[in-house]
Design a protein around this ligand. Sequence first.
Ligand SMILES: NC(=O)c1ccc[n+]([C@@H]2O[C@H](COP(=O)([O-])OP(=O)(O)OC[C@H]3O[C@@H](n4cnc5c(N)ncnc54)[C@H](OP(=O)(O)O)[C@@H]3O)[C@@H](O)[C@H]2O)c1
Length: 248
Amino acid sequence: MESYTFITGASSGIGQGTAKLLSETRNLLLHGRDLERLEETRRQCAAHGHNVQLFPYDFQEISTLRDDLTAFLTEKGIRVGEFLHFAGMTEVLPISKTKYSVGLKVMNVNYFSATEIISTLLKKRVNGDALHNIVLIGSMAPVIGIACQPHYGSSKGAIHTLTLSLARELAPAVRVNCISPGTFNTRILQTPFFSPDKDWKSISLIPCSGVEDVAKAARFLLSEDSHYITGQILFVDGGERFLGGGLP
Ligand SMILES: NC(=O)c1ccc[n+]([C@@H]2O[C@H](COP(=O)([O-])OP(=O)(O)OC[C@H]3O[C@@H](n4cnc5c(N)ncnc54)[C@H](OP(=O)(O)O)[C@@H]3O)[C@@H](O)[C@H]2O)c1
């Protein structure tokens, strides 16, 4: 069976940029919700001749995710060696206006989808012993605090903690690390709250190239060059967190 790199959130932004970079050397299993944009990522990734499979899924449907992913992998005969969890959503509201039901969606998409997928990929009957590397995506929010995104910040804090917990539990067979990006001007920021006209590139200490800065960090964490690194929260933010973050 051929080994695949599974990337969630590959229909857009950071996940799409990382898929493009990794497609040079890997078979990819790409997740997203929007099928049109996911197909566009597949088109961009196909040039290098490796296999690209699609797994469209809304992670709000969390209760069926394990069974559906198991059925998908079994039917396609796919084994996943590397898992990168980039799917994410936010809700921008003061705490007094938040709703439990929306908070639950944020936790399901950002956090519980990762635990459900990892749990599935560790099942021998589903994935053998193939899984050996996990890269999760966090945020500056758990270390500097970001106003008006209490559920988002908490979900990313949970991801940071999950990274440490799994790095201990799964060593030495699986390395587990987390990339915590600074502000990148992707679809997740496309709400009036985030001032679409703002020059987000100017808010760090080091100029940003774009989502490829995260993609290259992900490629390093998957590579042999990082074989002695696990349980790290790697801030890819050009020093933005020292300035307090660009967000409110
Ligand atoms: N951009 C930043 O400044 C920044 C900073 C720190 C951390 N991050 C994190 O980086 C990750 C990628 O974000 P991005 O900046 O690339 O934003 P993005 O362009 O909005 O991408 C978000 C991805 O998550 C997927 N997604 C959203 N809701 C989903 C749902 N209910 N079920 C399944 N998938 C869903 C989207 O799929 P569809 O588009 O197909 O719906 C898309 O592929 C997120 O976890 C985000 O929290 C971003």
